[in-house]
Design a binder for this molecule. Structure first.
Ligand SMILES: [Zn+2]
Length: 343
């Protein structure tokens, strides 16, 4: 096996080719389903509304491995998509939904010769059930869990959600926080503005909810948690947050330390699509806290996978190796070179 670092993409998504008709199964409308077009493309539908165009890399392991080879990607961490979380449904239905997609992830990974690694989903509207589903998923071979950045009006500093995060730490589960259920409304109806504006704000909100509430003081330091999309607007606005903490007692009332002192408590991915932004991210977070992640195979992901880091003019090979593999191995707490079929 070559000594070159593995290239690990820790933020990718899958959809199974098919799954049970959830609307029929649960007797309620507007569940996600797949409309296949017969040419390797499909539309994810939510009820009778089009949600997202996708293609076969979402469900076809061979197609996926072929595209990984094309861009020199050794390993992908795969997770479902937040539209499948069902956190507004009854918890037993969301739990059943989680089992369907968690099993589908394991099945896909099982056909990948060790090159796809699964993250689970859980019914986060019910903390006890979510903890049980997470424990089962870890026993079944998942390496962690992908969660939304909030559940209804509860941010990550909610007592129940903190309990869940503690459970993840105890189970040695990596956590990927993915923005979802975005702030929206009549002013963000067009141009994918919820994805372009609100997703970044959602992630900023969930990171600050953990910092400013003092939740990071209560959560075990062994928790390995990552925020998607470069942590949203967090890195760019951290100076503003630090300044507010220094100047206003109502900002620091629950947070004993300067907000920027908590950056060693979490990871972010590299999906920022711009070398200047990546430099800033590494500068703010430290080169041990940024991991290569693409959001593959969705249209808003890094289409030329790995190019941003490979062509980054200011990063040396050591830093690139951390971003491409060492940091993901720390986050996943696993030695991927061991047992991986990837060369
Ligand atoms: Zn994503």
């Amino acid at each position: 096996m070559s000594a070159a670092p593995l290239i690990i993409d820790m933020h990718t998504h899958f959809f199974p080719e098919t799954w049970p008709d959830l609307a029929e199964k649960f007797g309620t409308p507007d569940w996600p389903w797949m409309k296949h077009h017969g040419d390797g493309t499909a539309t994810v539908m939510v009820g009778d509304k089009e949600f997202r165009p996708i293609y076969s890399a979402c469900w076809d392991v061979d197609k996926r491995l072929e595209e990984m080879d094309q861009y020199g990607i050794d390993i992908q961490v795969i997770c479902s998509t937040p539209v499948l979380f069902a956190t507004t449904r009854p918890a037993d239905q969301a739990a059943e939904c989680a089992h369907i997609f968690n099993d589908a992830a394991l099945e896909m990974c099982g056909r990948s010769s060790g090159r796809l690694l699964p993250l689970a989903q859980v019914p986060l509207q019910d903390i006890d059930t979510a903890c049980n589903v997470l424990s089962q998923a870890m026993k079944d071979g998942h390496l962690g869990v992908q969660i939304g950045n909030h559940v209804d009006d509860k941010d990550l500093d909610d007592e129940g959600l903190v309990t869940f995060l503690q459970h993840c730490a105890a189970e040695n589960a990596a956590v990927l926080v993915h923005p979802w259920d975005m702030l929206t409304g009549n002013r963000m109806k067009k141009y994918m503005l919820p994805w372009l504006v609100a997703m970044a704000a959602e992630t900023q909100l969930s990171i600050l909810s953990l910092i400013l509430s003092g939740a990071f003081e209560r959560i075990d330091k062994s928790l390995r948690i990552c925020f998607a999309h470069g942590g949203g607007s967090f890195a760019y606005l951290l100076g503003r947050v630090d300044n507010a903490w220094k100047e206003r007692d109502i900002v620091r009332v629950d947070c004993p330390n300067l907000p920027s002192s908590y950056v060693d408590r979490f990871f972010v991915d590299s999906a920022v699509f711009d070398h200047g932004a990546l430099d800033l991210l590494i500068d703010v977070m430290g080169e041990e806290r940024v991991m290569f992640g693409t959001d593959y195979p969705f249209p808003l992901g890094e289409i030329k996978m790995g190019e941003l880091i490979r062509t980054a003019p200011k990063l040396n090979e050591q830093t690139k190796a951390k971003l491409f593999s060492q940091n993901a191995e720390s986050w996943l707490a696993t030695d991927l070179r061991e047992g991986s079929a990837a060369e």
